[in-house]
Design a protein around this ligand. Structure first.
Ligand code: HEM
Length: 369
């Protein structure tokens, strides 16, 4: 986390107060109960006001990509897309998409090969999200993934908006991505996100923005999380224990999500007077929800104690914007972890943290059975 944000992380963790006004940044919240209350209170807190995600993403992705919407339009689009993200649907999609790559991972580990887990997960996440947004497997190459990541790495907490030059660069990548999905939109295939958006009467441009948004949200989080989970399990010696007792798998995944919090910070803008804890806030205030700090306050990674159980998956958000892709993420996490648990004595041979990225991640994690 420090490799990604050497100054912001220590600053966000500094001090003990659950809510604090930080000059030039906004109102910082680090308590799980307060955080949840804000996420549930859409009358006072929005994603579309000044300093909120819409300011960052609408210039790049257009206006209709869920994470920059509120109210009835947001609800209608979520409802339309919901069947594509239902657990029964994504479980099958992920199993089918990843069967061959995971069989190959298992074979390579069994043969004693060193495998870069980051590169593996990047491929898995690209394949599955590509299926949902109607992109051919070959389109989401490592090169395109790097260019997509270069967009998120432009984001800094201290800068609520991208600069005009950054918007131009980001839009070029998104346009390229969208151009590959045009066919899916025009065919109106309702087994894909663009097809469903078309059925809702949204335009091709809006649907292409959503393709970009789903690739942005649906790849980097997993490329960050799964290798971090593997490292946590191996470092803490829980890997062998979970392999021996698979009733611990869900607790291990939840604990990993709690202590890593792959989407570490959420943003909101105040639209109506409110109080957060003891701190009054006014319309226009920017609220920084430091989920990672709230989650980590519950202690170190411990699948046995499972402190995560009481957090109601706060790492996926709460309320109207609760992560739409959570079932897709969980399906991938379970399957990849399932393969790694075939090897109780898995070792992490070497690892390198990624620098200059938005979502704290490893750049490389070499594992060997
Ligand atoms: C471990 C992996 C993931 C984590 C920790 C995560 C976390 C989150 C969080 C915290 C939010 C809420 C943000 C807020 O309220 O401001 C969110 C929203 C969202 N996530 Fe995820 N996410 C993950 C994977 C995915 C995947 C695989 C997809 C697939 C497309 C996805 C798609 C979305 C979308 C579309 C939203 C916006 C929902 C809305 O605004 O209605 N996420 N995610």
């Amino acid at each position: 986390m420090r490799a990604a944000h050497p100054f912001a992380y220590p600053a966000l963790k500094f001090g003990r107060r659950p809510v604090a006004r930080v000059a030039g940044v906004g109102v910082l919240v680090r308590d799980a109960a307060l955080l949840r209350a804000i996420l549930m209170n859409t009358a006072s807190f929005t994603k579309t006001g000044p300093g909120a995600p819409a300011d960052l993403w609408t210039p790049v992705l257009g206006p209709s990509v869920l994470l920059n919407m509120e109210g009835t339009d947001h609800l209608a689009l979520r409802r339309k897309l919901a069947p594509l993200f239902a657990p029964s649907y994504v479980d099958e999609l992920v199993e089918e998409s990843l069967a061959a790559p995971l069989a190959s991972l298992s074979e390579r580990l069994r043969a004693g090969e060193s495998v870069d887990l980051v590169a593996e997960v990047r491929r898995y996440a690209s394949i599955t999200i590509g299926r949902l947004v109607g992109l051919d497997e070959s389109v989401l190459s490592d090169d395109l993934f790097r260019r997509v990541s270069s967009i998120t790495s432009m984001v800094r907490l201290s800068k609520p908006r991208l600069s005009p030059a950054q918007v131009v660069t980001a839009r070029a990548v998104m346009t390229e991505l969208g151009s590959h999905a045009e066919r899916t939109f025009r065919a109106g295939d309702e087994s894909t996100v663009p097809g469903r958006m078309r059925a809702l009467g949204l335009t091709e441009t809006e649907a292409m923005g959503a393709v970009g948004a789903f690739v942005l949200t649906g790849t980097e989080t997993l490329v960050s999380y799964i290798p971090r989970l593997a490292c946590l399990l191996v470092d803490s010696a829980w890997h062998g224990r979970v392999a021996a007792d698979q009733t611990l798998v869900e607790a291990a995944i939840a604990e990993g999500l709690r202590v890593t919090t792959p989407s570490p910070v959420m943003l909101r803008s105040v639209v109506a007077d409110a109080t957060i804890g003891t701190v009054p806030v006014r319309p226009g205030d920017r609220v920084i929800l430091a989920t990672f700090a709230a989650n980590r306050a519950l202690g170190a990674f411990d699948p046995g104690g499972n402190a995560a159980a009481g957090l109601k998956q706060l790492w996926f958000g709460a309320g109207a914007h609760f992560c739409l892709g959570a079932p897709l993420a969980m399906a991938q996490i379970r399957l990849v972890l399932g393969t790694l648990l075939e090897f109780p004595s898995l070792q992490v041979e070497s690892r390198k943290a990624a620098r200059g990225v938005l979502i704290p991640s490893y750049q490389r994690v070499l594992v060997r059975a």
